[in-house]
Ligand binder design. Structure first.
Ligand code: FAD
Length: 351
């Protein structure tokens, strides 16, 4: 039996796992994906890293991002100061003061990799059910990759951190909740959390064209915040985050309304084309004709209705804690704070 299984290798799960391992617990992290970081996501196209999830870190409080100085010192994170615009409801672009944001030149998943160092992680393993045992938990799951046949069909642990989006966490409790009133209450709380979906379109352009956008933006790049009425939530020159960009890459995230209307369409390519056309109309016509394009959907993108508490926890089920951005909101910062609190509660329960 493991001491702790952490379900989900996003920033909240890795924060909890890292902290629990540091105080001497044997921790196993599992994730259904083949990589680390969850929505702190980077994909590669040739040598080019592209952030198709979390765009940047923007620390609001010194305490939650106390990892920032160390990540800056090792070069994992660097300041990014793009020219910033807001797309107003009238359709005009308003220039905003430039802020210092923090990005990872290797891609945002590098932040997760830095946290994950030394942790035991099972990739491509999707948890499907959680069952309470007299002294802990059984986590059942399935291997999602044919080349990982040595993976177990279940893992037992004294304690569990559930660090996956609330709707997916609720699904893990479906089977056991009818026989366990405390678990049923936790599941009910999870079902009240709501997420906005996001559709992300990534497009590559010839460098000459993208340099022309928005009155010759500097090498520092540009980003545009959309508005509630538009198709666009946000767009930026992602390649301006790289130290030696090989090509110009623009990342566009859709508004919640556009995503809700299009998330289940099977013709994702056409959805991406629609986003490009709308973005081109608002920002610059050349955006509608990239040299290549990719589309990604995030069913659980941004928290719309959080739990309203830093973690999901009940003293009656003290060895099970839920954490993530969906607890208090606050994106990455909120997810880190939630992961920390989850680790503290589990450490206390295991004492
Ligand atoms: C497009 C986009 C842009 C964003 N931009 C920003 C930004 O600029 N700044 C910011 O602060 N925040 C941003 N966010 C939000 C930020 O990415 C999240 O708040 C944060 O990454 C959430 O971390 P988490 O650990 O709570 O969850 P996640 O990152 O979602 O991690 C959950 C993990 O659980 C795994 N998982 C799910 N179900 C299972 C299962 N059954 N079994 C095993 N594993 C499972 C997933 O694969 C995933 O790795 C953005 C989000 C999106 C979608």
């Amino acid at each position: 039996m493991e001491d702790v299984v952490v379900i989900g290798a996003g920033i909240s799960g890795l924060t909890a796992a890292h902290q629990l391992q540091q105080v001497g617990h044997r921790v196993v992290v599992i994730d259904k994906s083949r990589g680390l970081g969850g929505r702190l996501a980077t994909r590669r196209r040739g040598l080019t890293a592209i952030d198709h999830g979390c765009r940047y870190l923007q620390p609001f409080s010194d305490s939650t991002l106390s990892c920032l100085p160390a990540l800056l010192e090792t070069g994992v994170l660097q300041p990014w100061e793009p020219k910033t615009f807001v797309l107003e409801a009238t359709g005009s672009l308003k220039a905003m003061p430039t802020e210092t944001l923090y990005i990872a030149p290797q891609g945002m998943s590098a932040v997760a990799k830095a946290l994950a160092s030394g942790l035991a992680i099972h990739y491509h393993w999707r948890a499907t059910a959680l069952t309470p045992l007299p002294e802990g938990w059984r986590i059942e799951g399935e291997t999602l990759s044919s080349d990982r046949q040595e993976q177990p069909s279940s893992i037992e642990a004294k304690a569990v951190v559930v660090a996956i989006p609330a709707p997916q966490a609720a699904a893990l409790m479906n089977r056991a909740a009818p026989q366990n009133e405390d678990l049923a209450k936790l599941m009910h709380q999870l079902q009240n959390v709501e997420f906005d979906a996001v559709i992300t379109t990534i497009a590559g352009y010839s460098p000459d064209e993208s340099a022309n956008l928005l009155a010759q933006t500097s090498l520092g790049g540009w980003m545009v915040d959309g508005n509630r009425q538009s198709v666009l939530r946000w767009a930026a020159l992602d390649s301006s985050k790289r130290t030696d960009p090989q090509e110009s890459v623009v990342v566009m995230h859709s508004s919640a309304v556009f995503a809700a209307n299009n998330i289940d369409r099977s013709d994702l390519e056409s959805v991406g084309q629609e986003m490009l056309a709308a973005t081109a109309e608002s920002l610059a016509s050349w955006l509608s004709s990239p040299t290549w394009m990719q589309v990604h959907r995030w069913r659980y993108g941004f928290v719309q209705q959080p739990l309203g508490s830093p973690v999901l926890h009940s003293p009656a089920v003290s060895t099970l804690v839920g954490c993530g951005d969906w607890c208090s909101g606050g994106n990455v910062e909120g997810a880190i704070a939630s992961g920390r609190q989850a680790a503290q509660l589990i450490a206390t329960a295991l004492e």
